[in-house]
Ligand binder design. Structure first.
Ligand SMILES: O=C(O)c1ccccc1NCC(=O)[C@H](O)[C@H](O)COP(=O)(O)O
Length: 219
């Protein structure tokens, strides 16, 4: 069954919809310039709505240790997503200091971008393969931009990985088919406006992503 991460959750309706639909992970964005940003306290309130459920993922961009500490003090993160320019040594240091698994986001624009994965593989637990930000984008992720899904097909990625970038309920099944991804991540594609999650689209996305491959309804 495909693993699904719903990223950029910032209200109860979005959190509840992701959990009820069976998302494996929900992402909280701790990057103040983002329209999806939450404070540690806001994330703690959302996280406490249910016991168990999706892994709580903290998304950071070139964070200080203090920023991560402030979140971990109140939110039980199961995964730290690093979505900035963190070098392998910084990923290793964060993983060692906090004892929380790390997922490094890597922008993919072509074949050459996969070379970067080798240096990170020994020091991270997962990769998030995302589109590079389009020219002029103000955010390093969450831009509704896709990369060529065929680039990952048949390729050995040295850690478990999620496919991200421009996915929607309408495209996710085809993206999984073309890319061979075992997990997917979405933000913009399940929003009704930038930064505002749509519970119905969350349900549709999780349903479309988790439908067993090759099922008649897959099309
Ligand atoms: O979503 C954000 O606002 C964001 C801000 C800063 C860094 C990363 C950000 N999002 C990263 C994600 O994990 C997104 O889910 C991923 O880039 C896919 O986004 P989308 O193309 O909008 O589905």
């Amino acid at each position: 069954m495909t693993e699904v991460k719903i990223c950029g959750v910032r209200d109860a309706a979005g959190f509840d919809a992701a959990a009820a639909a069976g998302a494996a992970m929900v992402g909280f964005v701790f990057y103040p310039p983002s329209p999806r940003a939450v404070t540690p306290e806001e994330a703690a309130v959302l996280s406490a709505r249910i016991e168990g459920g999706p892994v709580r993922v903290g998304l950071f961009v070139d964070p200080t240790d203090e920023a991560i500490e402030a979140v971990l003090a109140v939110v039980p993160l199961g995964l730290i997503q690093l979505h900035g320019a963190e070098a392998p040594a910084r990923c290793a240091a964060i993983r060692a200091r906090f004892g929380v698994p790390v997922m490094k986001a890597v922008g993919i624009g072509g074949e050459a971008d996969f070379a970067a994965l080798e240096a990170y593989a020994p020091v991270v637990d997962r990769f998030l393969l995302d589109a590079k930000p389009p020219a002029g984008a103000s955010l390093p992720g969450g831009n509704a931009a896709a990369f060529d899904w065929g680039l990952t097909a048949g390729r050995v990625i040295p850690r478990p990985w999620l496919l991200a970038g421009g996915l929607t309920p309408e495209t996710v099944a085809e993206a999984i088919r073309q890319s061979g991804a075992a997990g997917v991540d979405v933000s913009s594609g399940v929003e009704r406006a930038r930064g505002v999650k749509d519970p119905g689209r969350i349900r549709e996305f999780v349903g479309a992503a988790r439908r067993p491959r090759g099922s008649a309804s897959e099309g």
